[in-house]
Design a protein around this ligand. Structure first.
Ligand code: DGJ
Length: 733
């Protein structure tokens, strides 16, 4: 790790263990991006500067006596003074002009990493931070570009702060977190897309001239798009080639853009979506952007993935459950939907206990008079018809059966048919005089208002104090529309979306502070808000409402491209699956769910004895192996998305002493009876035994020749294998 400023050449070098990021100050004014890639060991890189991505024949521009081109690789490009690509900063002055000209002013290198006020961000003491100061002279704005590195990670963490040091109010129309201008090398771009029940599927295409945007204006990260982009060199694989990943620690409207300019320069930008955004900044005020995470790997996509996983496990997720074995839970949503009562839940708990399940989670429908999704959100008190003894009695009975107890909440919402809405109609997001757009029969509460957040916190706290509740599933089932708040004046309405996210973060912060031992699982109608921002508050997030293992392969592959397996909420469902009707073997459903947090979402009282016996075996296996998934290194061996036939991933435990291999065959094909799956991350000179057998393999052979995987019978079949390293003497005969 090391951040270096070379005074003579005015170059900044940010080094991680394997990467270098460089910027230089051009003509004393323009901060220019120079390089991001493999670690440069030669400190004398001044020849790289300035980067000549300028047209051969066009005239340059001139300002303050300095010649420049608008096509230069600006480190933080601003709108209005000659750079005609997508820029990172647009500021409107009182006079209505949008001109921003940033000039280099100075820098500071410090140990540690400052917090970003009100926003989730990576943290840790083993960090160093560079702040580069730019100034917009006419408006007297100070722009601080922040770059942090940890000594145990190849990631670079960026954020931007704008401080109004002038005399007049300005309006920030766009303030992105990060921009990287890099020479294009026939790169390909991968992004994550989907919809409800099909979140975060990987989509790859060549980088083409023009702008390619992924964004959200839904007020949450969304099911459809994801705040992540990956740029790879042609033909890059899991093991080789360049991979650049960029992710945003944010849970609201975002923009991620890849723009290939006419000089074959690729500009990547990421940050809060400027659409619908405007932030008035009075003299003395500051605006802080969310954090962008940059990862570069010269050794393929897999190593980029593992850098993200380790960063998030070591420096983002705070929950004490991060390293703890999570209870195997059973959730009653798909078992009962709204049709349950205390007796039914206790019956499920009893059967669940008999197979080794450890927690019962009561999902939607326990409060107000909610018997379908048309009422009662906001009325966070028990429905006595369903739960006559209240939460306390239910929790005691569930605990009495030997299970922990958890509940579902959807704090951000209000049903028009609720006591809360009748009392506080103005607490719903709305524009006066307009009908509020309904989504799933509900409105969204205005989290920009302190009194609303206070009410929600008090309601949640009193529920959690009222009974032994050890887990909360925090759901959010609709997007934000009709943006308007009785608490904001018209000039500030452009702040709404971001303030909503800040309100959400402050609420979850209060929750985790007040209940540090609570296991919190975020959720948004499935995986509509699965992002690093939410991971700062909850160690796991419900990945998707779709638990069909075959559809889940795609969802979990895309999710695990960036996020650790331990963060992916994953349950065993019934066959026929409730989202697509697919029938799959129980063991395949279990093997796929075991890649995540593992639990069940079915009516166990309706399972046959044989199925229950199988569940008991899965649970025992999960206990034996969950530490590997939680703490280990993830390797994607094969993708059914690419080959159409089988999916395979491997997780190597800490110290390379054991590993798990999951193989799912989605389609039986008449082909060779045996595959050779080349494994990764093992000790070449170690011997590994396949658990439950006497079969021994060397790490070297498994990585080079591969593991011989026999064809399984039928479609949607799977195996989960565990290998253990033999003591060193074992190999010496
Ligand atoms: C959406 C969630 O993703 C489901 O798991 C379930 O909790 C429902 N909401 C309940 O309304």
């Amino acid at each position: 790790m090391g951040i270096v400023y070379q005074e003579k050449s005015e170059i900044f070098q940010i080094h991680t263990t394997n990467t270098t990021y460089m910027m230089g100050v051009y003509a004393g004014v323009h901060l220019q991006h120079l390089y991001y890639g493999r670690k440069l060991t030669d400190p004398n890189c001044a020849y790289l500067f300035p980067r000549k991505e300028t047209p051969a024949v066009l005239h340059s521009m001139k300002r303050g006596g300095v010649d420049f081109f608008g096509t230069m690789p600006f480190e933080y490009p601003a709108f209005g003074t000659g750079d005609f690509r997508g820029t990172a900063l647009t500021v409107r002055s009182q006079g209505g002009h949008r001109i921003c000209s940033l000039a280099y002013e100075g820098y500071k290198i410090t140990d540690g990493k400052p917090r970003i006020p009100g926003l989730p961000a990576t943290f840790g003491d083993n960090a160093q931070t560079l702040e580069v100061f730019l100034r917009e002279e006419a408006l007297n704005l100070k722009v601080i570009l922040r770059y942090s590195v940890f000594d145990d990670s190849d990631a670079i963490l960026r954020s931007t702060t704008v401080v109004n040091e002038g005399q007049e109010k300005v309006y920030l129309e766009n303030v992105l977190s990060a921009c990287i201008d890099m020479p294009n090398e026939s790169y390909e771009l991968t992004t994550l897309h989907g919809t409800w029940a099909r979140e975060r599927n990987m989509v790859k295409r060549p980088v083409m001239p023009g702008k390619f945007t992924v964004d959200s204006v839904a007020g949450r990260t969304s099911h459809e798009n994801h705040p992540f982009m990956m740029v790879t060199s042609p033909g890059a694989t899991q093991k080789q080639g360049d991979a650049y990943g960029i992710n945003l620690v944010y849970s609201g409207n975002f923009l991620a853009q890849a723009e290939l300019g006419h000089l074959d320069n690729l500009r990547l930008t990421i940050g809060v979506n400027p659409e619908g955004f405007e932030w008035p900044l009075s003299p003395g005020e500051r605006f802080d952007t969310p954090e962008a995470v940059l990862v570069y790997s010269a050794e393929g996509i897999g190593s980029m993935t593992r850098t993200f996983h380790n960063l998030y496990r070591n420096h983002l997720i705070r929950s004490p459950y991060l390293h703890r074995e999570r209870p195997i839970l059973i959730n009653n949503w798909e078992a009962t939907y709204f049709d349950f009562n205390e007796e039914k839940l206790v019956a499920i708990a009893r059967e669940a206990k008999s197979v080794g399940i450890e927690m019962l989670v009561m999902d939607d429908g326990w409060f107000g008079h909610r018997n379908n999704d048309e009422s009662s959100l906001g009325d966070w008190f028990v429905n006595p018809e369903k739960l006559p003894g209240g939460l306390k009695q239910l929790a005691e009975r569930i605990n009495g059966e030997g299970l922990k107890f958890g509940i579902w909440l959807e704090p951000e919402m209000v049903s028009p048919d609720s006591e809360l809405y009748r009392k506080h109609p103005d607490w719903a997001i709305q524009v006066p005089g307009r009908e509020i757009t309904m989504g799933r029969h509900q409105y969204v509460l205005d989290l920009t208002r302190q009194e609303v957040c206070d009410y929600l916190f008090d309601s949640i706290a009193s529920i959690l104090h009222s009974a032994n509740i050890e887990y909360v599933k925090w759901d959010m089932n609709r997007s934000l529309t009709d943006i308007g708040s009785a608490g904001l004046d018209s000039v500030c309405m452009g702040q709404f979306y971001h303030r909503y996210v800040l309100g959400l973060y402050s609420l979850q912060e209060r929750l985790v502070q007040e209940f540090p031992d609570l296991l919190l699982e975020n959720c948004a109608g499935g995986g509509g808000r699965f992002d690093p921002g939410m991971l700062y508050y909850s160690p796991q997030i419900w990945t998707s409402d779709n638990m069909d293992p075959i559809q889940r392969l795609l969802i979990q592959e895309g999710t695990a491209l960036v996020y650790p397996l331990s963060t992916m909420g994953a349950h065993v469902c019934v066959a026929n699956n409730h989202c697509n009707g697919r029938v799959t073997p129980l063991h395949t459903r279990a093997h796929v769910a075991m890649a995540g947090t593992f639990g069940y979402e079915l009516d166990i009282t309706k399972m046959s004895q044989e199925e229950r016996t199988q569940c008991a075996q899965f649970n025992a296996k999960h206990h034996q192996y969950s530490h590997i998934n939680r703490e280990g290194d993830y390797y994607r061996i094969a993708s059914a998305r690419e080959n159409g036939v089988y999916d395979c991933w491997q997780v190597v435990g800490r110290g390379q002493t054991e590993f798990l291999l999951t193989y799912v065959q989605v389609r039986f094909e008449s082909r060779s009876k045996r595959l050779q799956l080349r494994l990764e991350g093992l000790q070449a000179d170690a011997l590994y035994r396949l658990s439950g057998t006497e079969q021994v393999y060397s790490g070297d052979a498994l990585m080079k020749a591969g593991y011989p995987m026999d064809m399984l019978w039928g479609d949607n079949n799977s195996v989960l294998l565990h290998f253990e390293k033999l003591p060193e003497e074992a190999g010496k005969e």
